[in-house]
Design a protein around this ligand. Sequence first.
Ligand code: NDP
Ligand SMILES: O=CCS(=O)(=O)O
Length: 253
Amino acid sequence: MPSVLITGATSGFGKAAARRFAKAGWSLILTGRREERLAELESELAPHVTVLTIPLDVRDSDAVSQALSQLPDTLLPLTCLINNAGLALAPEPAQKVALEDWHTMIDTNITGLVNVTHAAMPHLLATGKGASILNLGSVAGQWPYPGGHVYGASKAFIQQFSYNLRCDLQGTGVRVTDLAPGMAETEFTLVRTKGNQAASDALYKGTTPLQAEDIAEQLYYLATLPPHININRLEIMPVRQAWAPFAIDRDPA
Ligand SMILES: NC(=O)C1=CN([C@@H]2O[C@H](COP(=O)(O)OP(=O)(O)OC[C@H]3O[C@@H](n4cnc5c(N)ncnc54)[C@H](OP(=O)(O)O)[C@@H]3O)[C@@H](O)[C@H]2O)C=CC1
Ligand SMILES: O=CCS(=O)(=O)O
């Protein structure tokens, strides 16, 4: 059976993806920081497929490279890497945000993703034709909005990194996609507001956001495309989300 490595499998898209790939019989390598959640997911899925859970903070490059250099043969060849671990913090305007929050987003969304990609690359290259790197970007990487500051910029990095990886991996058979969702109901907004459940609920109330399972389905679709096809960027919004007009600063009447 093919195997997939999913970062951030303890919640949201990553957890839904673990279930979607398990449904198709894939072997799973699941990571995240919250060990109890990894253990729960392992209990749920291990009766059906091979599961390895690795408690891991993607920001720790030594831990990442050590863990991925010791993958058991039973989980190789690695067919798909889903670089999903990530977060937004501080929806306030840039001028009100603590520098630490910007660093956390850069360290997780950029450095963490790069750490995992670098460590997983030898496995993906060994697999070659049909292997995929699926990077969770965001609409925020393409479209600016108030409060997007470093989060959106970190996702723009992911888009360009994905395209540049494609250039360098040309001829190896390894595919790369920037999957860029819009508003989706997960723990994302709870994290962004640092645990403000009311603010999180308010954001999703009265509309129809994407669900984690919608994105999991796209991830599975991308990973199982015929090996001669590469979708470079896949942007998905809920029908009830679109762009706002430009903001114009006007003199008082
Ligand atoms: N929900 C949305 O509207 C959208 C989300 N995205 C992106 O999708 C990805 C998944 O988000 P989503 O499922 O919505 O959010 P969730 O908050 O539900 O899940 C985020 C996952 O990332 C993991 N994670 C966060 N920081 C780290 C870290 N330092 N090391 C390892 N794992 C980490 C968390 O695990 P743990 O805390 O256990 O470590 C968790 O499993 C993110 O990259 C996000 O930016 C993109 C577009 C839209
Ligand atoms: O990446 C998250 C989606 S949004 O909040 O920027 O629309």
